[in-house]
Design a protein around this ligand. Structure first.
Ligand code: NAI
Ligand code: MG
Length: 493
């Protein structure tokens, strides 16, 4: 059965939804609930269990028991077959998942539906990883006939803390790592967008996942999230979110020296040289920020444009931004949805209002949208021109549809300005010159860099950050290291 009707979906409406622990739906131990909204309308769409330390503890104990249970003896082939069944079920239920995500966090259907291929591909990617978790045999110079090897074993119970800007996608990095490696997990989705995470966990059980391998505790970051991060029986934490919260997770990890995988904030440089193909670079640079209304960790929010084309580029960027359809994403023609919450709206409008005072020139947008959209948290695609790298809008992560265009004179200056930040997540260069492109590829301090494109990600290649944007690549050759221990073994026959 697919449930793609907004009025009858059992997740929507007044019936309270619980945590999912040990394969069973259960309320918070103290019975408390919280509301989750549709940011396009401001309406409460569901009530969820407000997890406490006690709920997290119950989920972690369940995950530990499952880790030590029959799941441990599942062969790689069995985990692979499970992931193939999961792939089937997610494919069958994809429209329903996309709809839940659109209602819960506002990204338009045009976006949530478009991720179908990426998500299915990611599941298959991790299905193949189950059989590729090899250790190594190593030469040694020991006396006697001792054989030495490095054995890889699953790390144990993972705590997965997920942000709200795209849980339909971001949960798979964690679920893929957990199911490929044979770990178990307690997921804490963001309070503003938990529904797709709860629904996927149900589908996993439908596919035959043993109880307790994947558990979901809903609730607030400072309550359920913090309890998970500091729990002494959680072996690893995978976290995506703000650098400020990432710092708290690092502090909490000292309790039991948890290893972490952190993908934090960004202020990524997007560098356009005068020789770039502007027909490609203008929409590319615009959507490097406006996609998901700017709520993307790797948004190219510092747009460095070579001075000789600055004014032309700003004019074309502004014209392009006016063609974007902003609105309630249930309309399939809508390209940009609302911000996630009233809190994020205030935050983004605070940056916009502060920019003029610092001397940035508003070239387009700059206001909250009213009329039919007044009940939601909509901001017009906004462009500031002639920004300096030291202005607040060029230093801090805004996480809204706001581009700061910063002129530069030559490649050395572009590189110096691009690297004058604490962050190091994404970045791009647009040019026809291979030499210029390679100078940026080697010189920009970031975990990911695109040339003449932006934001394309393949699970087999991976994506990650450096400096204050975190550590531990998602996807690629090294992702599974975050879910595995290495044991050095010395065997004397
Ligand atoms: P956040 O980093 O606080 O939230 C992300 C996740 O962490 C949520 O699941 C939240 O419940 C959880 N969390 C919050 N406090 C926690 C704690 N003390 N211990 C454990 N888990 C905790 O981000 P927030 O407050 O929702 O958004 C604020 C800003 O963070 C945004 O404006 C944006 O700049 C940045 N952000 C960046 C994201 C990224 O993908 N890089 C994603 C979300 C937010
Ligand atoms: Mg919501």
């Amino acid at each position: 059965m697919t449930r793609s009707d907004t009025t009858t979906h059992p997740y929507l409406g007044t019936g309270a939804k619980g945590h999912l622990i040990g394969g069973r739906v259960c309320p918070a131990q103290d019975g408390r609930l919280f509301d989750t909204c549709n940011p396009a309308t401001g309406e409460v769409i569901a009530q969820l269990a407000r997890g406490t330390e006690a709920d997290v503890d119950a989920a972690v104990r369940t995950a530990r028991k499952a880790f030590e249970g029959p799941w441990r003896s599942w062969t790689p082939y069995q985990r692979q077959a499970l992931l193939f069944r999961v792939h089937e079920l997610v494919d069958q239920h994809y429209d329903e998942l996309a709809l839940l995500e659109t209602l819960d966090m506002g990204a338009p259907l045009s976006r949530t539906r478009a991720f179908r291929g990426f998500i299915l591909q990611t599941i298959l990617h991790y299905a193949t990883q189950t059989a590729n978790l090899a250790g190594e045999t190593l030469p040694n110079s020991l006396p006697g006939a001792i054989t030495t090897l490095n054995l890889r074993t699953p790390a144990g119970v993972i705590g997965g803390i997920i942000p709200w800007n795209g849980p339909l996608i971001s949960q798979w990095w964690i679920l893929g790592g957990v199911l490929a490696s044979g770990c178990t997990v307690v997921l804490k989705p963001a309070e503003d967008a938990s529904l797709s995470v709860l629904r996927v966990a149900e589908l996993l059980h439908e596919a035959g996942l043993p109880e307790g391998v994947v558990n979901v505790v809903t609730g607030m970051g400072a309550e359920a999230g913090a309890a998970l991060a500091r729990h002494p029986d959680v072996d690893r934490v995978a976290f995506t979110g703000s650098t400020a919260t990432g710092r708290k997770i690092i502090e909490a990890s000292t309790v039991n020296i948890k290893r972490l995988q952190l993908e934090l904030g960004g202020k990524s440089p997007d560098i356009v040289f005068a020789d770039a193909d502007l027909d490609v670079a203008v929409p590319g640079a615009a959507m490097a920020v406006f996609s998901n209304s700017g709520q993307v960790c790797y948004a190219g929010s510092r747009l460095f444009v070579e001075r000789s084309i600055h004014d032309e580029f700003v004019a074309r960027l502004t014209a392009f931004s006016k063609t974007l359809r902003v609105g309630n994403g249930l309309d399939p023609k809508v390209q940009l949805g609302p911000l996630i919450s009233a809190r994020q709206l205030d935050r983004v409008m605070g940056y916009i209002d502060g920019a003029a005072a610092e001397g940035a020139a508003l070239a387009g947008g700059g206001q909250r949208l009213d009329g039919d959209l007044a009940k939601g948290y909509f901001v017009a695609p906004t462009i500031f021109a002639n920004v300096h790298n030291e202005m607040t809008i060029a230093r801090e992560e805004i996480f809204g549809p706001v581009i700061s265009v910063i002129p530069f004179n030559d490649a050395d200056e572009a590189l110096r300005l691009a690297n004058a930040t604490d962050y190091g997540l994404g970045g791009a260069v647009w040019t026809r010159s291979l030499g210029q492109a390679m100078k940026m590829v080697h010189g920009v301090r970031s975990g990911t860099l695109w040339v003449n494109c932006y934001g394309v990600i393949d699970p087999a290649v991976g994506f990650g950050g450096t400096r204050s944007s975190g550590y531990g690549v998602k996807g690629g050759l090294h992702h599974l290291e975050a879910y595995m221990d290495t044991k050095s073994v010395y065997i004397k026959p």
